[in-house]
Ligand binder design. Structure first.
Ligand code: PMP
Ligand code: GLN
Length: 403
């Protein structure tokens, strides 16, 4: 099994024969498959990562107001509305001390997903190698394939209750054909937050080997242990980094699909060239609302983080009590577990049986690996759910102990 390949038998076959060779290995995304399984079985869905409570009411009202006032109901400007570009630039300055010109260095996209796809389509030549940390978010593999690139995974390995990046392995993965490193920290699905010294080493490598970096920082505000450091802030990186983030996780509005890119004018212009033929523009009225969201006071961001920290701890405790080995995440809203203490070794069949056995849906992380064996015994649970839902899920999972 490889990244992006559907876990559910049959899903892969539907694409076979019709899909072009670049996409032939990709069936239906695991998130759609597992959410459909949750709906079919009535199980608690801790699979796909979306919150079960919507983001701030004042921000949702701002979107309603924009629609009523006729703002954004027609095509917004290609790079995004000026108010949102300015808000993104102010956010980068306020939280990360990074200065970007809203006119030339910010691009609004249809979520981080489009930003990732457009960046790879714009920057990768067919045959170029793209290094990504494995396990990786499934759209990376598909986007690299769509760009005609070759993905080169560097595996994060679990040790002492957390996942670790082997910097020597990363260094060894760079060849003369490497175009860019696609980084994700805080990292989905492992919850790893790369430390300053690790990011500094990645940055040095990029500079030394003249590589671009595309960095997916959608979980930038969901860090519980340690700190998030944007890669663009390291020496030599501002001019070679495309930084991507999105409103989905930070404001619990995953359905709005408002994301953004910050980079130099030349990089933004390249990404925009691809983006304009994917969607051109999207989410007009939501862009006005997200501009307001980004300006929310620090107390909003702190409350989001602390609320999720409590839920992380609640679910981690429940999972431990149910018999899983738990890798407590330093960031994101996902917990990865090892199912071997439960006497299981195959995450895919475990997850397919879990709704029946315990009334819970989770995601096998094996589908985010090229080295499938390295990911086989790991299963991801999302904790961006109400506390009562997490408690109920934990209670249900206790039945696994009974065999
Ligand atoms: N990157 C990562 C690491 C993700 O987990 C997700 C899922 N939300 C995305 C990108 C996609 O973000 P968006 O919904 O803004 O497209
Ligand atoms: N990012 C979310 C996750 O990892 C899901 C996004 C999606 O469904 N594509 O669960």
């Amino acid at each position: 099994m490889t990244a992006g390949q559907a876990a559910v038998p049959g899903a892969r076959d539907r694409g076979r024969g019709l899909l072009n060779h670049r996409l032939a290995e990709f069936g239906t995304t695991i998130f759609a498959e597992m959410s459909a399984l949750a709906v079919r079985t009535g199980a608690i869905n801790l699979g796909q990562g979306f919150p079960d409570t919507d983001g701030p009411e004042e921000i949702r009202e701002a979107a309603v107001r924009a629609i009523r006032d006729g703002r954004g109901n027609q095509y917004p400007p290609g790079p995004g509305i000026p108010e949102l570009r300015t808000a993104v630039a102010e956010h980068q300055q306020r939280f990360h001390d990074l200065a970007y010109d809203p006119e030339t260095e910010v691009l609004i996209t249809a979520g981080a997903t489009e930003a990732i796809a457009a960046s790879l389509l714009a920057l990768v030549e067919p045959g170029d190698e793209v290094i990504a940390l494995e396990p990786y978010y499934d759209s990376y593999a598909a986007s690299i394939a769509m760009a005609g690139g070759t993905r080169v995974p560097v595996t994060l390995r679990p040790r002492d209750g957390a996942y670790h990046l082997d910097l020597d392995e990363l260094r060894d993965a760079v060849t003369d054909r490497t175009r860019l490193i696609l980084l994700n920290s805080p990292h989905n699905p492992t919850g790893t937050v790369l430390r300053r010294d690790e990011l500094a080493a990645v940055a040095e490598l990029c500079v030394e080997r003249d590589l671009l970096a595309v960095t997916d920082e959608v979980y930038e505000h969901l860090v519980f242990d340690g700190e998030h450091h944007p890669l663009a802030g390291f020496p030599g990186m501002r001019e070679r980094t495309v930084t991507i983030s999105s409103s989905g996780k930070t404001f619990s509005l995953t359905g709005w699909k408002v994301g953004w890119v910050t980079a130099t004018p030349a990089l933004v212009s390249a990404v925009r060239s691809a983006k304009q033929y994917l969607t051109y523009v999207s989410a007009g009225p939501f862009q006005y609302a997200v501009a307001e969201a980004l300006a929310l006071p620090d107390s909003y961001y702190t409350a989001l983080r602390e609320g999720l920290r409590a839920r992380r701890d609640l679910l981690a405790k429940g999972l431990r009590e149910a018999g899983f080995e738990v890798f407590s995440p330093a960031g994101t809203y996902f917990i990865t577990t090892d199912i071997r203490p439960l006497g299981e070794s195959d995450g895919v069949s475990f997850c397919l049986a879990l709704p029946e056995r315990a009334g819970v849906v989770a995601v096998p992380t094996q589908v985010f690996y090229d080295h499938a064996a390295a990911g086989a015994p790991y299963v991801r649970f999302a904790f961006c759910k109400r506390e009562d839902v997490l408690r109920q899920a934990a209670e249900r999972l206790l039945t696994l102990r009974e065999g």
